[in-house]
Design a protein around this ligand. Structure first.
Ligand code: AMP
Length: 411
């Protein structure tokens, strides 16, 4: 599945490519078709799952395809976010994804001078991203006209509730047209969110992102610093552990997958590879062999592993680290399913250390470094920059910095 399969139009595809996204995340795959169809939607997804693009891309597409009225731009989409950081990041996303469509957006939030925001509104915008308090202020002052809103998004609904924004939201909703498309996103869906949804959504579809960066906590994650030529030997060494009963090994390329299988077979370890060059019947045979325990090791590429229904994998080995950190989360989500403990072992060569940094930033914790193995990297680990966490005293921010190290610091 890629973004073109989701019927995303060319200027948005171009922007998505420029962001370096190749594959839609699960919430994007699930939500985008419904949003494009104009359905109301309740999306259960945390930050970090790619939910912003799950609503921003189809909103940009719908606004682009149904031209607005000629004349001054009118607010046609409204996105409400609980915090100014989130609002700013959503605004940034609209800017990036909408780089090649001619739509304008603005972000308004409290705690700063309102004049630049009022000017932006006065110039005419298509998309408004706002926090509830400042939006109400500017509405009362007559700077905001919500009568032409076609699509309304309420992001982080549960946090809105926690922060006491519901009365504000009800007031804002009452200023919106009755006939509109509404999307509600929330990390959790307690009864209070269902109540809120009943009040603002019309026959919504419900979608949920199965796993996210923050729900892989029951997976023990270890990194092995190892040079590339020693990776096979390290894998063979690790596979001597009897507790590694059913292991999924990820490589970046098909060629890499075949190479690993050949080497494991040579070491008398039953392994099979599954990747795009295998026929459907081959894939089925290999999967059966793996599920029945005939092959203890299944080697796969990211693409081939999508949609594979494999349970009870004791270990995931990242023979190569993925370039996209989201893939890391998908990979390790294959172990530790249904509350079972799982283990993910990642091999990191010198040229993969930046991939590791990106992964640690996404999952918001450093991986445990394995020191007790026979093939340690000749370049001391301490010499390479590693992420450490500075304490987040408030402990409340679930957002991750998009650029720069933010609340991470390089040691
Ligand atoms: P969000 O949950 O919307 O805050 O997104 C989390 C992070 O994932 C952001 O840094 C996005 O830039 C990134 N992201 C969103 N969609 C994709 C995708 N399809 N592939 C790779 N990264 C993505």
């Amino acid at each position: 599945m890629n973004f073109a399969d989701l019927k995303i139009i060319a200027p948005l595809l171009k922007a998505v490519q420029r962001q370096g996204y190749t594959t839609p995340t699960p919430i994007q795959e699930l939500a985008i078709p419904h949003v494009l169809e104009g359905r109301d939607l309740m999306g259960c997804a945390q930050t970090g799952t790619g939910k912003t693009a799950a609503f921003a891309l189809p909103i940009l597409q719908r606004l682009q395809q149904n031209a607005g009225r000629p004349g001054k731009r009118l607010i046609r989409a409204l996105v409400l976010a609980p915090t100014r950081e989130l609002a700013a990041q959503i605004g940034e996303s609209f800017g990036s994804y909408g780089a090649f469509v001619g739509l304008k957006h603005a972000v308004i939030f409290g705690g700063v001078n309102q004049n630049p925001q009022v000017r932006a509104l006065g110039n005419g915008i298509d998309i408004l991203v706002a926090t509830p308090g400042r939006l109400l202020d500017l509405m009362h002052q007559g700077h905001v006209d919500l009568r032409h809103v076609e699509i309304f998004v309420l992001d982080e609904g549960d946090r809105m509730l926690d922060m006491g924004f519901i009365p504000d939201i009800r007031r804002i909703v009452s200023a919106l047209p009755k006939k509109r498309q509404t999307l509600l996103f929330s990390a959790t869906v307690p009864a209070s969110i269902r109540d809120l949804g009943r009040g603002i959504l019309d026959q919504p579809v419900e979608v949920a992102a199965a796993k996210s960066a923050t729900t892989v906590e029951n997976v023990t994650q270890t990194v092995y610093f190892v040079e590339k030529p020693n990776k096979v030997a390290l894998l063979v060494h690790l596979l001597s552990r009897p507790e590694i009963t059913r292991v999924l090994v990820f490589t970046r390329t098909k060629h890499g997958a075949d190479m690993v299988v050949k080497n494991l077979n040579r070491a008398a370890i039953a392994a099979e590879a599954i990747h795009g060059n295998k026929s459907q019947s081959q894939r089925e045979r290999i999967l059966q062999a793996f599920k029945r325990g005939k092959a203890r090791v299944l080697v796969a590429t990211d693409i081939a592993s999508r949609g594979l229904d494999i349970d009870q994998v004791s270990h995931v080995v990242n023979f190569d680290l993925p370039h996209e950190s989201e893939s890391y989360v998908h990979r390790i989500g294959r172990t530790g399913r249904a509350g079972l403990a799982g283990t993910a072992l990642s091999f990191c060569a010198l040229d993969e250390r930046s991939d590791l940094t990106a992964i640690e930033r996404l999952i918001r914790k450093p991986l445990t470094v394995a020191t007790d193995h026979p093939f340690p990297s000749s370049i001391p680990v301490a010499k390479a920059p590693r992420l450490v966490f500075s304490s987040n005293k408030r402990g409340s921010s679930r957002r991750m910095p998009r650029r720069g190290l933010g609340r991470f610091a390089a040691r």
